[in-house]
Write a protein that binds this ligand. Structure first.
Ligand code: SF4
Length: 490
């Protein structure tokens, strides 16, 4: 397995979050809570989902499937067949390993110390290197996910107990990850030492008994099950939850935080609070900053739904230009529907979005979206708005230009396919057919997050897809690590 760049869904013209994780300890309806939590995290992965529960006597049960959480776990019989007071769950948008049932998490292994289930959000950047070494040593892999590398490292560790084995394995991996794991003795949550991917702790108070504990990728998954937010898992922290409560271990050397800044721009659900900051309000502040940086005389501000909505609201409020729903999104178009034929596939944008002529005809339009990846969707949407009679179309983007691929668990094309990596802003405007185009600046983005600007020595966030400043080694991608485009050389 020698990746040349992160795998990417060629149908999608945006960065895609790839996984959501959820865990429960000490609740009679652990499987049902996990299904609900995964449903709230559906935006983080729509291709597959799985739940593993731990029943009395140390017996593990599991169910995995391809598709949406509601389709896989909507049947009460499926939940009924997952007994136990503890569970871990995962939903997935494939970034490593083809979409096949054998790759659907949580992965489960029977070790000498008992059963162990693990679900992983993120990407290990030395997984292929470690995998080659493990195969050379005789390990047999069942899947093509990088998570299985972790399972094998745990299996061959010489430490006696599960926690020490996990720490031993984590010391060997590089990458961005949030994990939830379940074994007979407890529920475990881990964030990578830089805290790139999110993981939060919640609690469901019981009137007469010890609380139920929840681990989840985002706070929106706590809200759906009625759990109170306790705190974020810290970067590099391992939390161990068992019947005596929660304890924290910090076995890794402390490093500067590098939370994924794109979570605020697009990935996280708007009603989530990540790292203490509300996503919805942040997106509105980004829109306001964008209006201050790149004003333009116009009649209406129109979001590209749904991702451009809060930023467009912020832009409209700051600029004083009326906010209108000029594009209507059809929420009932699934990717499976548009996949079968080329004739239908080329209609993709029209199937997902329609122009609202009443708000666009004869108007000068500020169109707000969260990002431009390859530019194919932006070009079609600008064309759609023009065809609905817009007099002018000015595109405003609530992220800086995406000039680099993500290797930390987000589905992105190679640099060669990124419009901003190949063209300057004026050329991009011409290619997407807009009268003008502007992106929020990197400093403006940091200002919207409450910073004075980007501190080059200690940014506090991962922003590598805008800067190429990769804080975690790209061991499996040596050409990209050296700043070369391997495809350009071939
Ligand atoms: Fe997030 Fe971009 Fe960093 Fe990937 S490279 S983790 S998308 S900020």
């Amino acid at each position: 397995m020698t990746p040349t760049h992160p795998p990417h869904d060629a149908e999608e013209d945006r960065f895609r979050e790839e996984c959501g994780v959820f865990g429960v300890w000490n609740h009679a309806d652990a499987a049902a809570l996990t299904a609900l939590g995964l449903h709230a995290l559906q935006h983080r992965g729509q291709e597959a989902a799985g739940i593993v529960t731990l029943a009395p006597g140390g017996v593990f049960h599991h169910h995995r499937g391809l598709g949406l959480v509601g389709d896989i776990f909507g049947d009460a019989k499926v939940i009924g067949a997952l007994p136990g007071r503890a569970a871990v769950g995962h939903n997935r948008y494939a970034t490593t390993g083809e979409t096949a049932l054998r790759n659907v998490q949580p992965l489960f292994a029977d070790f000498a110390f008992g059963g162990f289930a693990v679900a992983h959000n993120g990407n290990l950047t030395n997984a292929a290197t470690l995998r080659r070494e493990l195969v050379r040593r005789g390990c047999l892999f069942q899947s093509s996910t990088d998570t299985e590398v972790l399972v094998h490292l745990i299996a061959i560790s010489l430490y006696a107990n599960v926690l020490d084995r996990l720490i031993d394995a984590l010391r060997q991996v590089q990458g961005a990850y949030s994990l939830v794991a379940l074994h007979q003795g407890g529920l475990i949550g881990v964030r990578d030492p830089l805290g790139v991917r999110p993981l939060v702790i919640g609690r469901l108070p019981h009137a007469t008994a010890a609380p139920a504990w929840i681990l989840a990728s985002e706070t929106c998954a706590l809200d759906i099950v009625g759990a109170e937010f306790v705190r974020d898992v810290d970067p590099g922290e391992i939390v161990v939850i068992d019947d005596s409560g929660l304890r924290s271990i910090k076995p890794f050397e402390q490093q500067p935080r590098r939370f994924c800044i794109f979570e605020y721009i697009y990935f996280a659900r708007p009603d989530s609070v990540v790292e203490g900051t509300g996503v919805y309000e942040t997106r509105k502040r980004i829109g306001a900053e964008l209006a201050r940086e790149s004003p333009v005389p116009a009649d209406v501000v129109v979001p590209v739904p749904d991702s451009g909505v809060p930023a467009a609201m912020g832009y409209a409020a700051e600029s004083g230009i009326p906010y209108e729903l000029g594009i209507i999104r059809n929420h009932y178009v699934g990717r499976t529907f548009i996949e079968p034929t080329d004739q239908i596939r080329h209609l993709g944008v029209k199937l997902k979005h329609s122009a609202n002529r009443a708000t666009l005809n004869g108007r000068r339009v500020v169109l707000v979206d969260d990002s431009i990846v390859r530019g194919t969707t932006s070009r079609k949407i600008v064309e759609m708005v023009r065809n609905a009679g817009a007099a002018e179309v000015h595109m405003r983007i609530s992220s800086p230009p995406t000039t680099h691929s993500c290797f930390y668990g987000i589905d992105t094309p190679s640099r060669r396919e990124l419009l901003a990596a190949q063209h300057d802003v004026a050329e991009m405007a011409r290619l997407i057919g807009a009268d003008s185009l502007a992106f929020i600046s990197l400093d403006g983005l940091y200002r919207a997050l409450g910073r004075p600007g980007r501190d080059r020595a200690a940014p506090g966030f991962c922003d590598a897809c805008f800067t190429g400043d990769y804080a975690i080694p790209l061991t499996d991608w040596p050409a990209e690590a050296a700043g070369r485009d391997p495809q350009a050389a071939s």
